[in-house]
Ligand binder design. Structure first.
Ligand code: PGA
Length: 256
């Protein structure tokens, strides 16, 4: 991949559509100052209620050259009645191209099992959405290797190599996510160790790999300067418009 991929996970924010528009306009202003030739790729994953409006904005101005729409979740079935859920066909109809699967907040706070994550992953592929599959250990202790191996095996269960190759893999250890108590960013060395475990477990080496957890403009280069890491998944910092544009401007310097 020539450009680095920056995924903005807005989670349950911002509070209003007007604020969502302000963030995107700010990014658009920045994009107007750099070449139209893509220096990085941007995916914005807003909360569902803003998806339609964000889709419209991403299709206009300079954002249209640089960005795609992502969703934060998907239901595992396409049609059956399920209160509160959003299906793959609904997302596709709204112009969604990417979908986060198995984010740790869903796994650990909403009790999403590996099996549920696996079903959602299959639903995304079936609907031709690009899954951004999040994996990562809760604690980096002496068990973390086998934890990661088991989680990865169960998450990607029953998928063939061709299907796995369509997935973007986001390594995001729970302890590094800014909302975790005592969160601290990962180091490039330990991220690389985990990425190697993930790739060996799946028997693949050519998936797009993202790193995530407390990414800021101050540490993003440490990760995306590595050949093995093609981008980052950014939570909290993606809602701070000045900080996020700084992250994008760092990513632009890694264009090949
Ligand atoms: P953070 O979140 O960047 O705020 O740590 C990342 C994520 O949860 O995807």
């Amino acid at each position: 991949m020539k450009q680095k991929l920056i995924v903005a996970n807005w989670k349950m924010a911002p509070a209003t559509q007007a604020e969502a528009q302000r963030i995107l306009e700010f990014i658009d202003d920045y994009l107007s100052t750099i070449p139209e030739q893509k220096l990085f790729s941007l995916v914005v994953c807003p909360p569902f209620i803003f998806i339609e409006e964000v889709a419209k904005m991403l299709a206009t101005y300079h954002l249209a050259h640089y960005s795609s729409l992502g969703a934060q979740d998907i239901f595992w079935e396409n049609q059956t009645p399920h209160t509160g859920e959003i299906s793959g066909p609904m997302l596709a109809k709204l112009g969604v191209r990417y979908v986060l699967i198995g984010h740790s907040e869903r796994r650990w706070e909403m009790g999403e099992s590996d099996n549920v994550v696996n079903q959602k992953l299959k639903a995304a592929l079936q609907n031709e959405l690009i899954p951004i599959v999040c994996v990562g250990e809760q604690i980096r202790d002496e068990e973390f290797r086998s934890f990661l191996q088991n989680q990865v095996r169960a998450t990607f269960a029953d998928l063939n190599f061709q299907e796995i190759s369509k997935c973007i893999i986001a390594y995001e250890p729970v302890w590094a996510i800014s909302s975790s108590p005592g969160a601290r960013p990962d180091t490039p060395e330990s991220a690389l160790q985990s990425i190697q475990i993930i790739q060996e477990t799946l028997g693949v080496t050519d998936n797009i790999i993202l790193n995530g957890g407390s990414v800021t403009s101050g540490n993003v280069a440490d990760f995306i300067s590595l050949e093995q890491i093609q981008g980052v998944l950014v939570g909290g910092a993606s809602l701070k418009k000045d900080e996020f544009v700084k992250i994008l401007s760092v990513a632009a310097t890694f264009h090949k």
